[in-house]
Design a protein around this ligand. Structure first.
Ligand SMILES: Cc1cc2nc3c(=O)[nH]c(=O)nc-3n(C[C@H](O)[C@H](O)[C@H](O)COP(=O)(O)OP(=O)(O)OC[C@H]3O[C@@H](n4cnc5c(N)ncnc54)[C@H](O)[C@@H]3O)c2cc1C
Length: 387
């Protein structure tokens, strides 16, 4: 079996981004879903980057996958969100908690783009606290029957299968891979502040039959699986935010060198230089936090039985996501400012980044929830703000 080659993967990612860029820009301006992301990702074999080759993936380590997502997010948070939904929180739980049969049934097909995946945890009345979910499952003979509504699901309208969570008769949450089939109905959410080229949807399960073999882990493992998956998801958001900052830095610096006002390039005005300096500070700090989180996740993957390492990976991913999301928001805002009136237009990259990246402060754990997590890690478990 050939060794994983990080440079080869990152070269494929760069080629994918180059080919995607004009299509994504046009879709963005026309406010329509970009249906070329999947075929192009398939062309460059990017639909299962961290999945081991025996299940059709590239076998990327977390650090390389983080770099890939940062590069992809330079093309837009909507593009990266597709990969997060499909891979970081779609393929990841199937690989980590799925049976061998489940992995074989879903992962190679997901790697080829024949099965697009999503992750359905949030409900209309259960966001920050998934324990308040009202979706239910019951076991009937050789299958489970699921009922409930999932809200704000990335890829939810295009997915062939969704990792979904529901409560059993004993009130404990379980996780299932649910196929789009009779009893599964989705509706796209289009009144959005950003990411017009990406799919966000709600879906309803009505007496939806799921084979017993599509359970992840054991019955009652759902909450643990959801929280474990969010570590991977938060890392993907943090990595994506790094890409936003990098793109804003390149664009703001280039624009500032070219644009002239008051007889010189605006890059020579010191207040403009402050914006450039602060975006670079955000970039450097975010890169360090993403790398720390990704390296720790790689170490934890190598030692799955090490609970302390797992807890550190969880905390570092939360810290990276919390920091990166607000740094990217500020970087995009500063880049818009450097661009002046053009910055306010979505014809330019900073304005699009600003609109899109706002969601990174909300999904995969809001800023508030992540701050509580960081505070509890410092103060001790007895100071946890909620149970
Ligand atoms: C574009 C987009 C894509 C998404 N993709 C997915 C997806 O693929 N899968 C999925 O399952 N979900 C997804 N989500 C849902 C997202 O994870 C939730 O929106 C998020 O977890 C917050 O839940 P909520 O919207 O119900 O807000 P709420 O939980 O109602 O929170 C509202 C406000 O109250 C604050 N708050 C809540 N509890 C506390 C507390 N204890 N202390 C302090 N403040 C608190 C929150 O921080 C927030 O500011 C997506 C959301 C968006 C916008």
């Amino acid at each position: 079996m050939s060794q994983f080659d990080p440079q080869r993967l990152l070269a494929d990612v760069a080629a994918f981004c180059e080919e995607l860029r004009p299509i994504e820009e046009l879709c963005y301006v026309e406010h329509r879903f970009n249906d070329q992301v999947v075929p192009l990702a398939r062309k460059y074999d990017l639909l299962a980057m961290p999945v081991p080759p025996q299940y059709g993936g590239r076998g990327a380590d977390t650090v390389t996958y983080a770099r890939a997502l940062a590069r992809i997010n330079r093309e837009g948070t909507g593009v990266r969100t597709f990969f997060s939904g499909h891979t970081s929180i779609g393929e990841y739980p199937i690989l980590t908690w799925g049976s061998e049969d489940l992995r074989r049934r879903y992962l190679p097909a997901a790697a080829k783009g024949e099965k697009i995946l999503a992750f359905g945890l949030t409900e209309p009345d259960a966001g920050s606290n998934p324990l308040e979910m009202t979706s239910t499952f019951e076991r009937r003979g050789d299958h489970y029957v699921l009922n409930g509504v999932k809200y704000l699901i990335s890829n939810g309208g295009i997915a062939h299968a969704v990792v979904s969570f529901a409560k059993g008769p004993n009130g404990r949450i379980s996780a299932f891979v649910v196929d789009r089939r009779p009893g599964f109905a989705s509706e796209d959410l289009t009144a959005k502040m950003g990411m017009p080229t990406a799919n966000t949807a709600m879906f309803e399960l009505t007496d939806c039959r799921v084979p017993l073999g599509n359970l992840l882990g054991e019955e009652g493992d759902g909450f643990r699986i959801a929280m474990g998956t969010l570590v991977s998801g938060r890392l993907s958001v943090a990595s994506g935010c790094l890409g936003v900052i990098e793109d804003c830095l390149i664009d703001a610096a280039n624009f500032a060198r070219e644009r002239r006002q008051h007889g010189k390039e605006i890059a020579r005005h010191q207040l403009v230089q402050e914006h450039i300096a602060m975006i670079e500070q955000h970039r450097a700090a975010t890169e360090a936090m993403v790398l720390r989180a990704a390296e720790t996740k790689d170490a934890s993957n190598r030692e799955p039985g090490n609970a302390e390492l797992r807890a550190r990976a969880d905390l570092f991913a939360a810290q990276a996501k919390l920091f990166a999301a607000s740094a990217a928001w500020d970087a995009a805002d500063r880049a818009v400012q450097v661009f002046g009136g053009r910055g306010w237009s979505t014809l330019y990259r900073p304005g699009r980044h600003l609109q899109d990246v706002r969601v990174c402060r909300i999904y995969e754990g809001t800023e508030e929830i992540l701050k509580l997590k960081v505070a509890a890690a410092v103060l001790g478990k007895e100071y946890e703000a909620y149970k």
